[in-house]
Design a protein around this ligand. Structure first.
Ligand SMILES: Cc1cc2nc3c(=O)[nH]c(=O)nc-3n(C[C@H](O)[C@H](O)[C@H](O)COP(=O)(O)OP(=O)(O)OC[C@H]3O[C@@H](n4cnc5c(N)ncnc54)[C@H](O)[C@@H]3O)c2cc1C
Length: 590
């Protein structure tokens, strides 16, 4: 691969049919689909390269002399919590990956085919489960995922899985191969499924980005931060960028008339870009106005009032801890600088052993659906890992997903950082009741398991007391599965609705600005969301490619200016206003 170019040579004046901001779960598949369709595509990523294939360099000494980096090795995925400098986003008050690949470069690789209700419960028409079938098939044909990441097909250190899975089976829970039965999420359990391939990270970085990069029409800039989009009324002409570490700062333009910009900078990053581009609630735009952006920000008469940042959601996480003498801890944290040498050797020679598995030995997964007194079915995903207060501990996190109705809000500060100002956790009684009921059901299922000790909660407090005792704050309940800040729907947010983008993922009030990432999800999915985000990106790509290009005289079409010809007049009611590059566009007169 060519790797990534820097943004220092922007002045060439080249334009792109599509500029995509952000190379995560949403951005990479989109870049591939649009370039595959023959368009010129620029993908802008503010972070550095991550995996070795793309020129990444960050690694522990035992990887020196190999092409691998910390991002490639599944057993090093948790290093993000110890050593996030230069990797985690610094403008977000939550953990997020600001490197090539975004969350898909730093995450634990958990990879799930969505339950039908993940789409049917929250998404609008055109985005229901039946509409997503071909996108899902495309994603899983490229990234099938595996329950046995080690290349010898063995599961290493399976004691936690065996003890807990065996206990659930005795209590009547059913074993499934999860991605063979995505619709079976009620009292089922199975092995964790990861997007890993060949004993390495895999995922979008190893598939979609590889095919995109093989095309001459595709360009990737890393270490390049998008500041805001350049727009005239509802028409976007380009993106203002700044090279990290200095260098170029200015605009890069889309193809006049037909070019489009797609924001895929994540639930915080895309919302922030919208704010800085004068799109969002007035209270947030007024904050931006009072920052260093102020002097060059669009004037308030050009602001588009949309509920960006509302509808924030995350899986509410509730951690419990058990211990059992059969469980065996593996020191994945030590694998950075004090690894077990024989394990590094087997990993390096044939991608086998514990280091081919995600830290900290994440297994098993189990699921239950709780029927609320409000008639809503709420999905619980339980995620087990072998770590805790002792060497035989397992910590199990319960996520409340599909069906949850609590929402929060993200906002921006005067330092242009984004924050969770209203945490989205457990504002609703039935959301809380589902969390409590799920815990009670698990306690019941495990109550006769010999030698199993409950560490948290202790046996002398009720599930409800326990759930209430944990603050509903990101510090205690966060799952790093942030979504929802630019919701998709037919209810246009400019006129009192909740939605920021329409069914084609186009921002209301614009004719060529799109958002395609976790931000558009109206509500949560059952399990870890990255596969669902990739599927949504595939689906959005089909919708965007099917949109007609703006035709002569319509909003967005080139008009007047240098290229004035008869066919460059605007339709009645539209004005011809200056854009960048000396080319003007037809825009609404308002
Ligand atoms: C530590 C951690 C572990 C996780 N584990 C899992 C898991 O095991 N399985 C799973 O399914 N999900 C997991 N997730 C969640 C999952 O990774 C995210 O939900 C997903 O990556 C979000 O996709 P996205 O496209 O919305 O944003 P991201 O993947 O975050 O991508 C956004 C990209 O945009 C870039 N960007 C932001 N602002 C700008 C800007 N102004 N200019 C240029 N570039 C910009 C960022 O650097 C980033 O690369 C985890 C998340 C974290 C943080």
């Amino acid at each position: 691969q060519a790797g990534a170019a820097s943004c220092s040579n922007i002045t060439s004046g080249q334009t792109y049919d599509y500029i995509i901001v952000g190379s995560g779960a949403g951005g990479i598949p989109m870049a591939d689909r649009l370039s595959e369709a023959g368009h010129s595509v620029l993908l802008i990523e503010k972070g550095p390269p991550s995996t070795g294939r793309w020129g990444g360099t960050m690694k522990p000494t035992w990887l020196n002399g190999t092409s691998l980096t910390r991002f490639d090795v599944p057993g090093l995925c948790n290093q993000i919590w110890h050593d996030p400098v230069g990797i985690a986003c610094t403008d977000v008050d939550q953990m997020a990956g600001c490197v090539l690949g975004g969350g898909t470069a730093v995450n634990a690789g958990l990879w799930w085919k969505p339950h039908p209700a993940d789409w049917d419960t929250n998404f609008p028409d055109g985005w229901k489960n039946q509409d997503l079938v071909s996108a899902t098939d495309r994603v899983f044909s490229r990234i099938p995922g595996t329950t046995a990441p080690s290349m010898d097909g063995k599961l290493y250190l399976p004691q936690g899985f065996d003890m807990l899975g065996g206990s659930l089976a005795k209590a009547g829970w059913k074993y499934i191969v999860p991605n063979d039965h995505p619709d079976q999420k009620n009292r089922t359990y199975g092995h964790s499924t990861f997007m890993y391939s060949g004993g390495e990270r895999g995922g979008p970085l190893a598939t979609y980005l590889v095919t995109a990069s093989s095309r001459k029409t595709f360009t990737l800039w890393t270490n390049t931060m998008a500041k805001r989009v350049v727009r005239v009324g509802g028409h976007v002409t380009g993106v203002e960028v700044e090279c990290n570490g200095g260098g170029y700062a200015g605009a890069v333009s889309v193809t006049p008339t037909t070019g489009r910009v797609i924001l895929a900078a994540g639930a915080f990053g895309s919302a922030k870009l919208l704010f800085r581009s004068g799109i969002g609630p007035a209270d947030q735009l007024n904050i931006v106005k009072n920052t260093t952006d102020g002097p060059t920000m669009l004037s308030s008469d050009a602001w588009i009032d949309l509920p960006v940042g509302y509808n924030l959601n995350d899986h509410v996480g509730t951690d419990i801890e058990i211990s059992h003498p059969d469980v065996v801890f593996y020191d994945y944290y030590g694998a950075w600088n004090k690894p077990i040498v024989s394990d590094t050797e087997t990993y390096l020679s044939n991608r086998t052993g514990p280091l081919a598995q995600a830290a900290p030995n994440i297994n098993p997964m189990f699921w239950e659906i709780i029927n609320g007194s409000d008639g809503i079915l709420r999905h619980l995903h339980w995620q087990s890992r072998v770590e805790g207060t002792g060497n035989t501990s397992m910590t199990i996190t319960q996520y409340l997903g599909t069906g949850s109705v609590s929402r929060g809000r993200m906002t921006i500060t005067r330092q242009l950082n984004t924050v969770v100002s209203i945490p989205p956790y457990l504002h609703d009684d039935n959301d809380k009741a589902a969390v409590v009921k799920g815990l009670e059901n698990l306690q019941e299922s495990l109550k006769t398991v010999p030698n199993l000790t409950w560490i948290t909660p202790k046996p002398n407090i009720t599930a409800a007391q326990f759930v209430n005792s944990i603050p509903a704050t990101p510090a205690r309940r966060c799952s790093n599965h942030w979504i929802g800040t630019a919701r998709i729907g037919t209810d246009d947010g400019r006129t009192g609705g909740k939605s920021v983008v329409d069914l084609n993922t186009k921002v209301y009030g614009t004719d060529n600005l799109f958002v395609v990432d976790a931000s558009i999800f109206p509500g949560h999915v059952t399990s870890n969301p990255s596969a669902a985000i990739v599927i949504a990106s595939e689906h959005a790509a089909s919708k965007i490619l099917a949109l007609p290009a703006p035709s002569a005289g319509k909003v967005g079409a080139t008009c007047g200016g240098r290229d004035w010809k008869g066919s460059f007049h605007c339709e009645a009611g539209l004005g011809c206003r200056a854009g960048t590059n000396g080319i003007s566009q037809c825009t609404a007169r308002s």
